[in-house]
Write a protein that binds this ligand. Structure first.
Ligand code: ZN
Length: 506
């Protein structure tokens, strides 16, 4: 086992995770849904690991598993725990050059010089209780709290550690780096009275930033997935009235496509959003689950949806994977095609932002204005960025994915009242700036006047001859005079094309 005074272990989280710290998801979510326990900012989230995640009911809220260095491990959340019903188990079959662990989501480091960190565990091999300190300039420092000897029965372990002056957040973890199993439960972090340090952390290169800026405006982004027509009709006007632009992730193949027009925005709505100052992003061609799609189809899907939406003369930089589903291979393609990607992981984003794994909070039919206010206040206290996720709207919500327009309007009033810094996602990241769509008049017959690959126009002709598909259905919805109509037609060409391709494939 390593000595308690050895340098921080160079444990290395996966590259994506390293880019940011996303904190407060638990606290904020509980505030949002009004669930029973509400944790103080400096407490380990879901410390007794009893609560299930809101989006992953089979996994513990506020905890995730991790391996590095080629370690092979399985993770589970079995019963009965030392305290309550549940505990965390990690079983390592091959430690490789690394280790395996459950670790807490980042949470605010206590404002104390030293803290006591502890858990209750049992293990077949020696293991290590550790923390990771996270600073505002992406500083990361692992610190060993205590070495834990093998123990067949539940055993307490803990130690004090100095809080680096630069540390804003921390994660708690119990690490297993050998073939064997480790069970943990009942994590705790508390301000400690001065005593012998287990570890003296070095903070020489850290920029101290202890003060909270009272003037910080919480950053809020209003995002809309799928392009539901009901949101366009019932929610967006409330934003426009208050000059609160949002980000809209459109399923490119739904717009102007027969059968989808009843529920989803058509190209002229998309254009109007762009004119009104909103950001447009992609949500794939056909709301595809990219993890289930053959990997060779993923990149074309990402590129085509971007091109179709971009053909409006709109700058498309953002992406949202449907169902929140992606893996490393998919993510690699997203990163080559888009400037950012937003997930549905609940939490508040804190700088430095994880550009390709932004967290958001799904606004459900049950969420109240007070719930929203709790989230915004969390973002303010954390100097964070709250991304809200909306889908569709109905005053009598048939399901959770709807929000009441009256509640939405009150939410918008609240954002204005607290002077939230409401901006589209791409603008917060500095990768997008609003500009009016390029409203270029297009000759419907020749396609001249817009820069379109040869294939599209040809395919449109083919579509016209495809059993009459192209003549009477939504493929011609954009056939109108005027710049906007012509541009809509460009969109219609593309949507139609892919509609035809889809029919041929089916
Ligand atoms: Zn979606």
């Amino acid at each position: 086992m390593r000595s308690p005074t050895s340098p921080p272990r160079p444990t290395r989280p996966p590259a994506r995770r390293r880019r940011t710290r996303l904190v407060g998801g638990l606290v904020a979510f509980l505030l949002a849904v009004g669930a029973a326990p509400v944790y103080a900012a400096d407490e380990v989230p879901n410390a007794s690991v009893e609560l299930a995640g809101p989006l992953t009911p089979t996994a513990p809220l506020g905890w995730s598993s991790d391996t590095w260095g080629g370690a092979k491990a399985t993770f589970s959340w079995p019963t009965p725990g030392y305290e309550g019903d549940r505990y965390l188990r990690a079983e390592v079959s091959d430690p490789g050059s690394g280790d395996a662990k459950w670790w807490s989501d980042p949470f605010a480091a206590p404002s104390a010089d030293k803290v006591w960190v502890s858990d209750v565990y049992r293990a077949s091999v020696p293991t290590t209780l550790m923390v990771l300190w996270l600073g505002p300039a992406n500083q990361q420092q692992f610190a060993v709290i205590a070495a834990a000897a093998p123990a067949a029965d539940w055993t307490s372990v803990g130690g004090t550690v100095s809080v680096p002056t630069w540390a804003e957040q921390m994660r708690v973890m119990h690490v297993i780096g050998a073939v064997g199993w480790l069970d943990t439960d009942s994590y705790g972090v508390a301000a400690a009275s001065p005593g012998p340090d287990v570890v003296q952390t070095a903070d020489a290169d850290a920029g101290a930033e202890d003060s909270v800026d009272p003037n910080f405006r919480p950053i809020v982004s209003l995002t809309f997935d799928d392009g539901w027509l009901s949101a366009y009709h019932k929610l967006i006007p409330e934003m426009n009235k208050r000059k609160l632009p949002g980000s809209h992730y459109i399923v490119a193949g739904f717009a102007d496509t027969p059968g989808y027009g009843a529920d989803y925005v058509s190209s002229d709505y998309v254009l109007q959003l762009a004119r009104d100052g909103h950001e447009i992003g992609s949500h794939t061609m056909m709301h595809d689950n990219l993890v289930n799609l053959p990997i060779e189809q993923v990149l074309p899907n990402l590129q085509q949806s971007k091109q179709i939406l971009g053909d409006f003369g709109i700058n498309i930089v953002g992406f949202v994977p449907p169902f929140g589903e992606y893996n490393d291979a998919v993510q690699a393609h997203i990163e080559t095609t888009y400037a950012y990607s937003r997930t549905v992981k609940a939490g508040i984003n804190v700088e430095p932002y994880m550009t390709y794994e932004l967290w958001g909070v799904v606004v459900t039919a049950e969420m109240t204005v007070a719930d929203l206010a709790g989230w915004v206040e969390q973002a303010r206290q954390m100097h964070g960025w709250l991304i809200l996720i909306f889908h569709r709207a109905d005053e009598d919500p048939p399901s959770e994915s709807f929000v009441r327009p009256s509640v939405f309007a009150a939410m918008m009033d609240h954002l204005v009242a607290v002077d939230a810094d409401v901006r589209p996602v791409g603008e917060v990241l500095g990768v997008w700036q609003w500009q009016p769509p390029v409203e270029e008049v297009v000759d419907v017959q020749t396609g001249k006047g817009f820069d379109q690959p040869d294939g599209v126009g040809k395919a449109y002709s083919a579509a016209g001859g495809d059993g009459g598909d192209g003549s009477d259905d939504g493929c011609t919805a954009g056939r109108r005079g005027g710049g906007a109509g012509a541009l809509a037609l460009v969109f219609a060409f593309s949507a139609c094309l892919f509609g035809v391709m889809r029919r041929h494939r089916a």
